[in-house]
Design a protein around this ligand. Sequence first.
Ligand code: NAD
Length: 335
Amino acid sequence: MKVAVFSAKSYDRQFLDAANVAQHQPHSFSYYDVLLTPQTASLAQGNEAVCVFVNDDVGAATLQQLAALGVRLVTLRCNGFNNVDLRAAADLGITVTRVSNYSPYSVAEHTVGLILMLNRKLHRAYNRVRDDNFALDGLMGFDLHGCTVGIIGTGKIGRIVGQIMAGFGCRLYCYDPYPNEALAAIATYTSLDTLLSEADIITLHCPLTDTNQHLINHDTIAQMKRGVMLINTSRGKLVDTKAVIEGIKSGQIGYVGIDVYEEEDSLFFQDLSDTIIQDDTFQLLQSFPNVVITAHQAFFTRNALEDIAATTLENLSHFEQRLPLIHEVTYNPDL
Ligand code: NAD
């Protein structure tokens, strides 16, 4: 198949090309570094499929243009599909597939990395020692052993985060409409209210949907323990960033670790080091000493990229050969 790959970075080319070489019938990839938007959709001309990532705009306006160009498949190189208008895709006869199952360890381990970095202030310690400042004042942490970790969303990633944190000797409070049996053996499933009020560390692992935008807001922050640690490696729009900033300034929130940000599409996955960042909220957030931000890199391990490339090629081949689509995402009016 001829495929236009948007938001394509050097590592996307490397892993997709390597997996493609091993194909019986290789696909033909055209790589574009730009985001897919209504303005860039015309680049897909001549292709039957587009391959996109987390911040590509696959809304109705883009899909209408893609359909007019003859594109029949949108294949996501990620698990989340909140950036796709599934109803519009269904109406236009465009199939949508994703990578529903790639190394969940990549994101889970990064999540734990953020927790350790914040708790032991490793980001500050690293800079101090490089500056020949070997004083410990201000670097005191706390034992994770005995802490209560609240996990919102216990699917593939949240479950592994729970298992790792249980290894530290943490108590686990989980909230998920569909509890995970394996985790239930070592965790307590509670209401969201109980989780919010009891947890020392709260970490988000649910998908972003139409109903849970700003799940973390003024009200839910007010329910949390004073000095709580908040971690988000899921999707930026789950969190009201301005409410979090107020929480940090008042001391209600003691630590913030994020790999995702609600307005990340104009910032992440590019080198802006010579640019004046116009997003004042982001700049304020990253000015706090108790905030650690990574730029949507939790998935970024060799293992995950190999899985993503392999599943993407499987999605393309199955679509082309009219085989059952294992990773199809369909419009569900009840969700
Ligand atoms: P998953 O589908 O295996 O699990 C999601 C879980 O969340 C499910 O058990 C579901 O029942 C639960 N859930 C749904 N809505 C909920 C809600 N409102 N409150 C509580 N729980 C809810 O997904 P996963 O593979 O574990 O991934 C979780 C999320 O992580 C993805 O949706 C994506 O947004 C994010 N993610 C981020 C990165 C990254 O690089 N930062 C990479 C991959 C995935």
